[in-house]
Write a protein of this length. Structure first.
Lengths: 229, 77
């Protein structure tokens, strides 16, 4: 019996530019990727959601501040509240923070320069639905490309929220506590600045990002089976 | 509305501006860069206008985690 291809929705905002890479990577890893236009108030049923990278609404005001009010974001919040898995990458991470689905906020890089390079990140939480294929403490090589990725944590942010950290000496943007990715308390919403969708094949420089996306595909598949029962 | 980074929040733009001013010989410290948002509001009173603008700041224009805001109103018939 062939495995079910879970449906993973990839949001598309005006200014998103990594949506196609995300869809390509998710498809290659066994999902059926479904684009969801930001203006859709009632998007199709999906088993998982990815908010891709880019510059939604031109990053005007603050990154993600305008995108969070897109009609489709209400459905994303409802999906997350129902236990659905939501992954935000780069601009998607910024949107999830602005929407209050993740703690903290992303600010301009401390260097004020756009950074675009491979970084090593350490898996701090291997027990989330997005990291089941990773080992605790595993180092992943995944590229970053952003101008505003300096993570500012709320003062009381506990360590359990830290899913990924930049490896020692690799912090590209001045993020507090070297935080590269955070997960919500329930463990079903995760955001990270590095781009796993750009690192799903050694031909692209690294295949490590596939561990993250394939974990999400696994989780979405389980959800699709659970809902079908 | 004047929106600016809260005290204690890293403000690399403010630091860059401060460094540049110092290079020009100005003795300055603690430079912060914020943004100004001008807009027109239809309201029957200053109080009503202020309440409306406060709601805008809370919902969209400022992120309370990192930014504070000030509101200046100018009445016009």
């Amino acid at each position: 019996m062939t495995e079910r291809r879970p449906r993973i929705g990839v949001l598309v905002f005006p200014g998103s530019n990594d949506d196609r890479d995300a869809m390509w990577a998710l498809s290659a890893l066994g999902a059926k990727a479904v684009p969801i236009w930001h203006a859709e108030a009632e998007p199709p049923r999906v088993d998982g959601i990815v908010l891709p990278g880019g510059f939604s609404y031109g990053d005007y005001l603050r990154c993600g501040a305008i995108a969070r009010f897109s009609p489709a974001m209400t459905a994303v919040s409802d999906f997350a509240a129902d236990g659905g898995h939501v992954l935000g990458i780069c601009n998607g991470f910024q949107i999830l923070c602005e929407a209050g689905l993740l703690p903290g906020v992303l600010r301009p890089n401390a260097s004020l320069s756009f950074v675009c390079r491979d970084v090593r990140v350490t898996v701090e939480r291997a027990d989330t639905p997005f990291t089941t294929r990773c080992r605790p403490g595993q180092a992943l090589a995944i590229p970053v490309k952003h101008g505003e990725g300096c993570y500012h944590a709320p003062p009381d942010l506990s360590e359990e929220h830290v899913a990924f950290r930049y490896a020692p000496g690799e912090n590209p943007n001045g993020s507090e506590r070297d935080i590269a990715g955070v997960v919500n308390r329930d463990g079903n919403v995760l955001g990270l600045m590095p781009h796993p969708e750009h690192a799903v094949d050694p031909l692209l420089g690294s295949g490590d990002g596939a561990l993250v996306l394939a974990s999400l595909v696994d989780a979405a598949r389980e959800r699709s089976y659970a809902l079908a029962r | 509305m004047l929106v600016r980074p809260k005290g204690g929040i890293l403000d690399p733009q403010g630091e860059a501006v401060e460094r540049s001013l110092r290079q020009l010989g100005f003795e300055v410290g603690d430079a912060r860069v914020g943004r100004v948002i001008d807009l027109e509001v239809d309201a029957t009173s200053v109080r009503e206008a202020r309440a409306e603008v406060e709601r805008m700041c809370e919902r969209l224009l400022a992120n309370p985690l990192i930014e504070s805001y000030e509101i200046e109103l100018e009445g016009q018939e």
